[in-house]
Design a protein. Structure first.
Length: 290
């Protein structure tokens, strides 16, 4: 192999080139047909998004099936990554539930902010862990995953907040624009974590690469949402029984909340799958840019 294609614009570059001669994208972020050597991963300290289990994104099934399989095959890894962050938060929230019911707005606001921060904290670590285990077959440690993710948090946090605000404004203006914007920003987490540029660049890039795929992304997201709902039925039943019988057993309530948080990360896996799938579509030469 003497040439390598840029994953962003498709231009052919020499394998020795560090950046694309056409668009300037770092060529270390290239698609490997085999897992890269361990020395290269150690030197660069960053894996390329997992691609061996993710096909080019040509339709809803290319998002649904890989997402479910990645989640199912790595359920224990995902559980560990999520648990260390959400467990303390859910225990705190469960123990504070009575104060929230009394209308303590400061506690409500603080809990909401903590929940957002937990979600942002988990996403890049989960991306790293799934990428590494898919490329190498070896699951990384929790410390390794969160250590790698630490430097990705500032840009990811800004990109996530901006996308939420834009989607909220679109929803307030009219529901349909909000849905379109929400679909267009599904890959923004992956872009913010794995690519260069600012948070604004991540939003622009997400908007561009989803063109021509938004109906498929919407359909995939809808099906994954239904799967999450189905997985959460047992937890919903348990919570309902406890509430109906006025049982206040906080350990069980916390376990139910942690379970639903873990299942909800299937949407994070979906965003990774869609991001990598669209990159593979671009790399294959079928551009979705207009």
């Amino acid at each position: 192999m003497t040439n390598v294609n840029c994953i962003r614009c498709g231009a052919v570059n020499l394998i020795a080139d560090e950046v694309c001669k056409k668009c300037g994208t770092e060529l270390r972020a290239r698609v490997y047909t085999q897992p890269p050597p361990a020395t290269e991963q150690e030197d660069e300290g960053v894996p390329y998004p997992a691609q061996s289990a993710i096909p080019p994104f040509d339709g809803p099934g290319d998002g649904i099936v890989p997402t479910f399989n990645l989640f199912k095959n790595n359920a224990w890894l995902i559980t560990k990554i999520v648990f260390v962050i959400v467990a303390p938060f859910e225990i705190f929230k469960t123990l504070s539930l009575k104060n929230i019911q009394r209308g303590d707005w400061q506690l409500i606001a603080g809990t909401f902010v903590l929940q957002i921060l937990c979600s942002i904290r988990v996403a890049p670590a989960l991306f790293y862990a799934l990428t590494k285990v898919t490329e190498t077959g070896v699951a990384p440690g929790i410390n390794e995953s969160y250590r790698w993710a630490l430097g990705k948090l500032p840009k990811l946090l800004v990109a996530a907040i901006l996308s939420w605000v834009i989607v909220a404004l679109g929803t307030l203006a009219c529901v349909i624009p909000g849905i379109i914007l929400g679909v267009a920003f599904v890959p923004v987490y992956g872009i913010a974590v794995f690519e260069q540029g600012s948070a604004i660049d991540a939003l622009k890039r997400s908007w561009e690469i989803t063109k021509g795929h938004r109906w498929s992304i919407f359909a995939a997201g809808l099906v994954i949402g239904l799967i999450i709902f189905a997985f959460n039925i047992p937890a919903t039943v348990i919570a309902g029984v406890l509430t109906f019988n006025q049982v206040n057993f906080w350990p069980l309530e916390a376990v139910v909340a942690i379970y639903t948080d873990i299942v909800a990360e299937m949407t994070t896996v979906l965003s990774l799958v869609i991001y990598v799938g669209i990159l593979r579509t671009l790399e294959r030469g079928h551009s979705v840019l207009k």
